[in-house]
Structure formats: C-alpha cells, structure tokens
Design a protein around this ligand. Structure first.
Ligand SMILES: [Zn+2]
Length: 265
C-alpha cells in the first residue's frame, strides 16, 4: 500500500509513442557479450491521471528535431494525449525526467503547465560539463533556453532528490544517464508502477545490468536499476524509457491506438 502522505489516489498510467529509430544492439549497451542484431528504439512520453488531476511526463521532440537527428517522427505527443482525453493546452503539470533532446522538446505544447525538474539536471545542462562537445550531444540548446525562459516566467519547480507530487505520485532522483535524471512512481489499480524513463532504456539494460552507452555515471545508472526494483511492485511494474516491448507487453489504450498509446495500469 502507499506509504506516505494523504489518502492515496489511484492513477491511470499511459505510454504514448511518438517516434522510432532503427539501430543495432551494440549501440544500446556498455560492455557485456552482446549478441548483435537489430534492436530498434521507440520514443515515448507518459501521462498519469486521477480524476481531474493530470501529470504529463516528458515532452518529446518535434518533426524538425527528428529530421535533424535522423529519427522517424510518428505523431506529435500532443496528438496521442488528445486520444486519451488529455488536452495539452489545459495540462497543469509536466514532469521532465531529464533535459535530453528527446525528453524536453515541443516547448509550446503545454502553455500553462508548471514544469518539474531536478536541481542537478539544470545545473548540469547549463554548467561546466557542457563545455565538452561529447556531453552536449544529447542536449539541444533550444530546449535548455526554453526551460530557462519558463523559469523566468515563474513556471518551473525544482526538486532536490525525491518528492511527492500528489498522493500516490512521486518523483525519485536517480542521476546516472544524466546528472539530474528522475523517475516517477505512481499508485495504480495493479500496485506501484515506476515510469523509469531513461533510468532504464530497455528491459535488457536492467536484466543484463549493462548501462546504455550515453551515461554520465555508470555506477549511478546501475544503482538506478536497483532503486527502480525497490520502488516498483515487481519487475513487470517498471516501464523502460525506450523499449518497443512496452507496446507489446501492455494493452492499447483503445481502438486505433495499437502501436501508439499503451495502458500501463
Ligand atoms: Zn531518452
């Protein structure tokens, strides 16, 4: 049962796929004896809802960024949200797991939302590590500037570590893949679900104990797998950030949403 705070709410949870990338398995692991072969990557945003309360997790990227980065854009994340009755222009809260380009684009999609980020993530993407081209690679300056503008518009809340967002909904600092990466834990009708985002790119990263190649700190990434397992009711309650398996393991959220929106709760 939920352990802290007021009476828990039961939340619905959704994964919304918006883009795709063909790649090989060797591109997805550090170390290990990987049997190489195609291992494509999906791109998601997530949403949780309890009555009138809605939190969107991450904002994805748009068509122009997909073109620039050689990814296949499938749908605007906002289109997927509308399919499950969430109007982006009305969304009040967006949790940003980390500031990488595939998680923090589409700057105008949520015009009234407050954005929740970790202190360390904003320090990271605006600080000395960004003097290294290799560290900047997964960031886009426009995303960072857009977040700074939101900050000066009074629309950013910083978190330092773990924080309860609402009864049955919390963020948890992980670091690892990015210095200030956070994941989301949510109480659902099937128990505690962890939206790991890039705390685990694929189920296989966790199962093999092998980090994804772009990683700020490998040790913290591996600790993050352990933390996700502690916070979730089982391994089947952990939702990785980029695994096409998610849409195979979980039912679609409705007719016509197959391969697009999955119901995670
Ligand atoms: Zn990512």
């Amino acid at each position: 049962m939920p352990s802290s705070g007021e009476t828990p709410r039961v939340w619905e949870a959704y994964a919304i796929r918006y883009a795709h990338h063909h790649r090989m398995a060797r591109e997805n692991f550090i170390g290990g004896d990987i049997h190489d072969g195609p291992m494509p990557m999906d791109y998601f945003v997530w949403a949780v809802r309890s009555g009138e309360l809605v939190y969107v997790v991450d904002t994805g990227f748009d068509e122009a960024i997909a073109k620039k980065r050689g990814r296949k854009h499938l749908h605007c994340p906002g289109e997927g949200l509308r399919k499950i009755g969430i109007e982006p222009s009305q969304v009040q809260n967006v949790i940003v797991s980390h500031m990488h380009y595939d998680h923090s684009g589409n700057h105008e999609l949520f015009p009234v939302a407050t954005y929740h980020v970790q202190d360390r993530e904003m320090q990271f993407c605006t600080g000395r590590y960004m003097t290294h081209a290799a560290m900047r690679l997964p960031f886009d300056a426009e995303d960072v500037c857009a977040m700074v503008k939101k900050l000066y518009g009074g629309r950013v809340v910083f978190h330092d570590g773990d924080a309860e967002m609402a009864p049955g909904l919390s963020v948890h600092f992980v670091g690892g893949h990015s210095m200030g990466l956070q994941m989301v834990r949510v109480w659902t009708r099937r128990g505690w679900v962890v939206l790991a985002s890039d705390a685990a790119h694929y189920y296989a990263n966790m199962d093999l104990g092998l980090a994804y190649p772009f990683t700020f700190n490998v040790g913290d990434t591996l600790e993050g797998y352990r933390r996700a397992r502690e916070l979730a009711d089982s391994n089947d309650h952990i939702i990785p950030g980029h695994d096409p398996e998610v849409l195979k393991r979980y039912p679609s959220a409705g007719a016509g949403l197959e391969e697009w929106v999955a119901r995670l709760d």
